[in-house]
Design a protein around this ligand. Sequence first.
Ligand SMILES: [Zn+2]
Length: 233
Amino acid sequence: MVRYAIILIGPPGSGKGTQAEMLAERLGFFHWSSSNTVKHWMTKHPDHPLVKKSMENYAKGGLFEPELMAHVVEQESEQILKKHKGIIYDGSPRTLPELHEAWPFWKKTFGKNNILVINLKLELENAQERLTKRLICEFDHPYIRGEGGLVVGSICPKDGTKLKLRDLDNPEVIKVRFEEFKKQTIPTLEFLRHQTSVLDVDASKAIAKVFEDVINKLTPHLKALKNAKNKKT
Ligand SMILES: [Zn+2]
């Protein structure tokens, strides 16, 4: 039976999480949100040697072990694939060492041709413009500055708390996150381009348009999925 892996790669502000969620719903695949899945696995296996080692590194300001990510991918993906035809990986791999660790499992489980990569392309200036428009309330409800006259200090209609910018969304922090993405994650794209199909999508457009482009580029590759074709939102 054909199983698909769709790997989403994109910098901060590219809408990666949103696109992953929409794709998962459209295709009936599982949405793998790396931080959630890995953290959940770690709380279930606190005594695993890789978890202990990663927590020590993390406390010192380092990244989680690449082996831990690969191990969680392997363990969890096998369970997920008992119930789903595919997995949308959002946030894994983040680094080349992670990808090197996980690649043999991915290749064996899905087959090279059934691993598809979506590269959500966005310039730093677009990300800064987009993210600095984002307002959140005390309970993280998201809003867009300017829409409906909302400004910093407006009141959330749902709970009455004040809207503010996220600390992560100031232009300088976005620049640092972008540079981190270029250094850590862009090398995974280079590796993946040599292995399988990488579909480049312009992520500067509106969410619905980006999603349409993603679907149009993916569809010819998802031959075994009849229901992925000719559906319009
Ligand atoms: Zn709120």
